[in-house]
Design a protein around this ligand. Structure first.
Ligand SMILES: Cc1cc2nc3c(=O)[nH]c(=O)nc-3n(C[C@H](O)[C@H](O)[C@H](O)COP(=O)(O)OP(=O)(O)OC[C@H]3O[C@@H](n4cnc5c(N)ncnc54)[C@H](O)[C@@H]3O)c2cc1C
Length: 410
């Protein structure tokens, strides 16, 4: 990679979204040159390798949203990719367990939503639930047979392998420091020098807002990092559950509620919770980055979010420090677990876009300039949805290019 080299496409971020996008571009435009820029020394070191590893079926998402569409298509595409490239996956299915009358009501609403969207689910009564999972207690459950598990990091590694070739450069240890967009090209300043491209695609995850601001894009959101803290069960509990066990979510805060997740490496994790992070890429329990924290505190949306969801937020913080509180959330449906069963496990950090009004942006969000496209909000199930997201970006760019060409030909 020579400084000042020119590329057709520059992709920022080698997480699963950046790599999927580069792969789609390479497949659809095999003669184009692509530079993928990653600041870490290895690919996929952030959200892509710190998650629950669930290929979601698309139960929770608003019909008509990008999430609903991309998740359903993404689940199929992910399984097909794993089969084609011999990446291990399993399809244990998911139980969404209702433990109160309110959750039973919410379960009915979820069931209707699934039927509306064509996601196959069936309802289990108390007895059927305990036959399926003898160690789980609830008043009833939704059974989603198609939910699967995988290592998204392995998928990312395969994508990185597939994109490399004479026309594609994947440059790690290369941090994007600045961008300027001209009428004829886009120039990036990186820790390894300057490069130019016809088009830039930013897939920077936890840094999405900063990359957008580097280009002077006006956006109405900031990334608020939400730590997702997990525990893992000891070896002696490895046969506790056979399926993914999830609570029925609160529709206002769908990502709250810890679950029991058999992982592809045979571990079972408990979690994640969701607590505000004071460092965007800080994985230890105590982390503070002054810039990250200051920017968050200066963002009006942060305070408005606290006002709206402060109570739930405080409970999450309390349970983060007070293990019995954390345990209580999972004992709701798995009463035999004890404190001794909660062993340490690495946390993940969600990049959650929040508007200046303090609203959590639930759907995937993109922003554009004439020569760039930014993935601004790609929280869960973005790993499941990575293939359709990459295809969507490639199509947008290709269609844009065709329009651009036909305009210049006229
Ligand atoms: C706790 C948790 C659980 C989750 N569980 C699931 C799940 O079960 N199923 C599911 O589908 N999804 C899940 N998700 C969501 C999923 O992991 C993410 O949505 C997905 O990985 C996002 O991928 P990404 O490529 O956008 O981001 P990332 O993987 O974070 O990649 C962004 C990349 O950009 C790089 N970058 C940033 N700034 C720069 C810069 N200036 N210069 C160069 N490079 C830069 C970063 O280093 C990073 O490698 C979960 C997420 C979390 C945190």
């Amino acid at each position: 990679m020579n400084p000042n080299s020119h590329y057709d496409f520059i992709v920022i971020g080698a997480g699963i979204i950046g790599l999927s996008t580069a792969w789609q571009l390479r497949q659809q435009l095999p003669d184009s040159s692509i530079l993928v820029v990653e600041k870490e020394s290895q690919i996929a070191q952030h959200q892509t390798s710190h998650n629950s590893g669930v290929i979601h079926a698309g139960v929770y998402y608003q019909p008509g949203s990008l999430k609903a569409d991309f998740c359903q298509r993404g689940a199929k595409a992910t399984l097909a990719f794993c089969q084609q490239h011999h990446i291990p996956y399993q399809q244990p299915g998911k139980l969404l367990v209702a433990t109160s009358s309110l959750e039973l009501e919410r379960m009915q609403a979820l069931k209707q939503r699934c039927q509306q969207m064509g996601v196959a689910v069936s309802e289990l009564n108390k007895q059927q639930l305990s036959e399926k999972e003898p160690n789980i207690e609830g008043l009833g459950a939704l059974w989603v047979a198609s939910s699967a598990i995988v290592s998204f990091q392995q998928i990312a590694a395969k994508l990185a392998e597939l994109i490399q070739g004479s026309k594609v450069t994947l440059s790690t240890d290369t941090e994007l420091l600045g961008v300027s967009e001209g009428t004829k090209a886009i120039t990036i300043e990186t820790s390894k020098g300057a490069f130019t491209g016809n088009y830039l695609i930013a897939c920077a995850g936890l840094m999405a807002d900063r990359v957008a601001h580097m280009m002077g894009l006006t956006t109405d959101f900031a990334i608020i990092p939400f730590r997702g803290e997990y525990y893992q069960l000891p070896e002696s509990r490895k046969n506790l559950v056979k399926h993914l066990i999830y609570p029925i979510p609160d529709p206002a805060l769908p990502f709250l509620g810890v679950h029991l997740t058999p992982m592809i490496d045979d571990k079972i994790t408990v979690g994640p919770n969701a607590v505000v992070g004071w460092k965007r890429e800080g994985y230890n329990h105590i982390n503070l980055d002054l810039l990250d924290s200051w920017q968050m505190l200066c963002f009006p949306g942060f305070w408005k979010l606290l006002k709206q969801h402060g109570r739930a937020g405080l409970t999450e913080i309390a349970n983060s420090w007070y293990k019995p509180g954390y345990l209580q959330q999972v004992r709701k449906y798995c009463p035999q677990l004890t404190l001794a069963d909660l062993k340490p496990y690495p946390a993940g950090i969600r990049a959650q876009a929040v508007t200046a009004k303090g609203e959590l942006i639930h759907d995937f969000l993109f922003a554009e300039s004439p020569r760039s496209l930014h993935v601004c909000n790609a929280p869960s199930p973005a790993a499941t949805s990575a293939f359709p997201i990459g295809a969507f970006i490639a199509e947008k760019i290709i269609t844009g290019k065709i329009l651009h060409k036909s305009r210049s030909q006229n």
